[in-house]
Design a protein around this ligand. Structure first.
Ligand SMILES: NC(=O)c1ccc[n+]([C@@H]2O[C@H](COP(=O)([O-])OP(=O)(O)OC[C@H]3O[C@@H](n4cnc5c(N)ncnc54)[C@H](OP(=O)(O)O)[C@@H]3O)[C@@H](O)[C@H]2O)c1
Length: 391
């Protein structure tokens, strides 16, 4: 359900109010890290639509406050019902506590889709509301909603805030993998040619997907073969700055960075080159060099890489190839989401490099499963995104 299709005063069921909040929350994508994407719908005492809001920018109003500010008169809140995709925060962070702000406003109930795992909040936001006489209830505990709708809303609200929830729960960086592939799973010709597999709409969509992540990672072969920019070029994200993580265990590409597209489109300190510990390579472009120990195969352990990137301040990373780098991430089990752009073309066995060549499952039982798939048609191409589940 989209805000554009909702009339003022329209009667909304709890599920519709929450669906609307989820759609609103998506609008903050690219602007809220390390905060979660959150949306909020307000309905009056008769469940008629009053307002929606979302968390639009880190440091600015949370979704509940943004929705409340849309009301012409605060009196409209009396006996109203709020539907929020995440439990209202209890603590003073960059902004004040939402639960404390809502508590005295005469709101009858606050329904939230997911409990906030942040130890500063977890259940405390709901407690503040209850202490003030506001009915605070988890959507999945509502008995007036069908089980199918409870499952749907909980899953969608979890997906909306997935980077934040994963980071808070596991204390690890969330990893997405993006690949552009032919229908037969090839990401380049055997001679290394890979431009362009997908069409313009898919490529534009990629920029939107990039904006959801704190940084983009590539292997050194992709840097050498493609001289990519890996920035966000999209009208919805003017001036967007992102970081790039380059896997370069021997530091051999550092000399090629001056003049490359990676440093042309961003300050050099936003390029993070991962090199083997103790290597101390020459760094003519002045990029941020991060030393990480190599294992006996001369590779970084992906767990070590992610732990270090977390210390550097990342909560999420999108891996953009190539197949060896995909292989290292999938083999280590540190992938949470796949973003596949699939083109209606074939390269064939002897002519193309399979994007998944770097990892493999020996048995059907061990195969990697993709869950909660969402698909979108982009011109002639298919965008397929799903949660990655390891056996
Ligand atoms: N269609 C698509 O979506 C897509 C996306 C990206 C790339 N591509 C294509 O893919 C091709 C390149 O792929 P590729 O598989 O040859 O190479 P790659 O994955 O880009 O780079 C591999 C190199 O990265 C370094 N590396 C990656 N993971 C590492 C780890 N855990 N520890 C240490 N080093 C690590 C290693 O460098 P060292 O060699 O120094 O050890 C490794 O050889 C290009 O043709 C490019 O155009 C296609």
């Amino acid at each position: 359900m989209k805000f554009e299709n909702v009339q003022p005063g329209q009667l909304l069921t709890p599920t519709e109010a929450m669906r609307l909040a989820i759609e609103e929350g998506k609008k903050g994508a690219g602007f809220v890290s390390p905060n979660p994407l959150v949306g909020c719908t307000i309905v009056d005492r008769n469940h008629r639509f009053l307002a929606v809001g979302y968390h639009a920018q880190v440091g600015q109003d949370h979704a509940e406050i943004s929705a409340i500010k849309k009301l012409a008169d605060p009196e409209m809140l009396r006996d109203s019902h709020l539907y929020v995709t995440l439990e209202p925060c209890a603590h003073q962070g960059r902004t004040g506590s939402c639960a404390k702000a809502i508590a005295p406003l005469g709101v009858a109930s606050v329904t939230y889709a997911v409990e906030d795992p942040n130890p500063l909040v977890a259940g405390k936001g709901a407690d503040i509301l209850r202490a003030a006489g506001v009915r605070a209830v988890l959507f999945s505990d509502r008995e007036d909603v069908s089980e199918a709708e409870r499952t749907e809303i909980t899953a969608q609200a979890e997906d909306l805030a997935e980077i934040f929830l994963y980071f808070m729960r596991s204390k690890q960086v969330f990893v997405g993998v993006k690949v552009a592939t032919t229908l037969d799973g090839k990401m380049a010709t055997t001679s290394g040619e890979s431009k362009w597999i997908t069409g313009e709409l898919a490529r534009e969509h990629t920029h939107r997907t990039r904006a959801r992540y704190d940084a983009i990672a590539v292997g050194r072969n992709t840097f050498v073969a493609d001289n990519p920019s890996l920035n966000v070029r999209h009208r919805d994200f003017p001036g967007f700055q992102n970081r790039v993580v380059l896997f370069d265990p021997e530091g051999v590409t550092l000399a090629e960075l001056p003049g490359s597209n990676l440093v042309k489109v961003r300050p050099p300190e936003s390029v993070w080159a991962l090199v083997g510990k103790g290597l101390k390579p020459k760094n003519p472009a002045g990029v941020h060099v991060i030393e990480i120990p190599l294992n006996e195969k001369g590779e970084f352990e992906i767990g070590d890489v992610l732990a270090r990137l977390k210390l550097e301040g990342l909560t999420s990373l999108m891996v953009e190839g190539g197949s060896q780098t995909y292989g290292n991430f999938f083999s280590s089990g540190f992938v949470q989401r796949l973003h596949a752009y699939i083109a209606p073309s074939l390269l064939g066995g002897r002519h193309g490099v399979a994007w998944s060549a770097g990892f493999g499952s020996g048995t059907m039982a061990e195969r990697i499963r993709l869950r909660r798939s969402e698909r979108e048609i982009l011109g002639e191409d298919l965008y397929w995104t799903a949660r990655v589940e390891f056996a």
